[in-house]
Design a protein around this ligand. Sequence first.
Ligand code: FE2
Ligand code: FE2
Length: 285
Amino acid sequence: MSTKVKITTLCENSVPYPANGVIGEHGLAMLLETGSQKILFDTGGGLTFLHNVRTLNIDLHSLDVLVLSHGHYDHTGGLKALLQEYGGNLDVYAHSDIFKAKYHLLEGKEPKKIGIPWTKEELESWGARFHLTRESRELGDGVILTGEIPRREKAEEGTAKGLCCREPDGSLVPDPLYDDQAIIVESPEGTIVLLGCSHSGLINTLRYVTELTGKDRIYACIGGTHLVAASDERLDYTIKELEKFHVQKIAPCHCTGFRAAFVLYQAFQDRFEFNAAGNVFSFGG
Ligand SMILES: [Fe+2]
Ligand SMILES: [Fe+2]
């Protein structure tokens, strides 16, 4: 366990008031700093990453590792800028499926490419060293990357609706998004979970986190919850399940959507904080 944990949101859809110079885009990136490590979780969509890093006076030269929550462009679009600005030689941890050809199907429109904008080889030529596996793994002192998240909750089936990937034969099939994963970090207050898009389902994710930690409580959840199109029933279920984990801080953003964020605010009140670009969360004093 780390005695101090700091999480800074580098890219997000929205920006805070009062303005602090950061800008928003559809995407997410968060920097996790523990007593011994600097871990970047995603890189946003690529439009705001370097601007926001500079504006927030963050030095990424000493970055230990990059983790990619999954292979969508809005989490990986800043990869090229990151590698080129900071000289590459960066270990990148992710699931084996991140380079699948990913698409979004919108009615009456051409399938939209939403995968990583570059090939693995291109990224390697700029200094990325990929470590791809489906398994969970320890990233450092009290920090775990979940690996593939089991899908068990009936209420969360269909999370990946409209999201597809192209098979080798050219056909488009629903993308199970098995590459979606979260980071777990132990702080003095308790377990913190950093979420990319929660394509596996928020409750599936938290349930698996408790299996990996052996603890039934989760102190904080920060990041994308993919509740943007959730039904009233799904939102009710989510809030009830979140309470069972005794969540003390919920800081949703990105693919949560206004309606779900509002419902979460009503339920969690002073345990709720909207996570905009430039937000800083500190744990352990
Ligand atoms: Fe996504
Ligand atoms: Fe996303």
